[in-house]
Design a protein around this ligand. Structure first.
Ligand SMILES: [Zn+2]
Ligand SMILES: [Zn+2]
Length: 149
């Protein structure tokens, strides 16, 4: 779907309140939906909003409504996460870091500080990749498996 198409549909089908953008078009199970002519399928408006206004939705994440209003699609009301511990675990699984006593480490336990921390961003998410693991993975593609560092 083109951004300009989405915006034209928003202008026709939205009740902008002070705190929310409420979809007035087609609603299914409480969620706003919009026909995507390119994909030839109905798509969730809040997901389109995230894709167009915030960024990609990392694999394993869902777009959740902070405001609990399902047909709202205001970017500030949306979060591509699940709540609580679940968020942290998914984030760690996806991006490979964890926090031990305030020190971030990769899955192998390398500290994600200084030169070893490669800054990454995707949409509004920021995290660090481990340079040792990154380099090892790159080498392994040429030399086969390398012993633990
Ligand atoms: Zn809202
Ligand atoms: Zn590492």
């Amino acid at each position: 779907m083109r951004r300009s198409y989405f915006i034209s549909k928003i202008l026709e089908n939205t009740d902008f309140t002070d705190n929310h953008w409420l979809w007035t078009g087609y609603i299914s199970e409480g969620y706003g939906k919009l026909w995507d002519p390119a994909r030839r399928e109905m798509r969730y408006v809040h997901i389109l909003s995230h894709l167009f206004f915030i960024g990609d939705i990392p694999e394993g994440f869902q777009v959740d409504h902070d405001c609990r209003i399902r047909h709202c699609f205001r970017p500030e009301c949306l979060e591509a996460v699940t709540q609580g511990e679940n968020i942290r675990r998914q984030f760690e699984a996806k991006f490979g870091h964890r926090v031990i006593d305030g020190v971030k480490t990769c899955k192998k336990g390398h500290q994600l500080t200084g030169f070893n921390a490669i800054p990454k961003t995707r949409g509004k998410y920021k995290w660090f990749d481990c340079r040792k693991c990154h380099n090892r993975n790159a080498l392994e593609r040429y030399h086969g498996r390398i012993e633990e560092w």
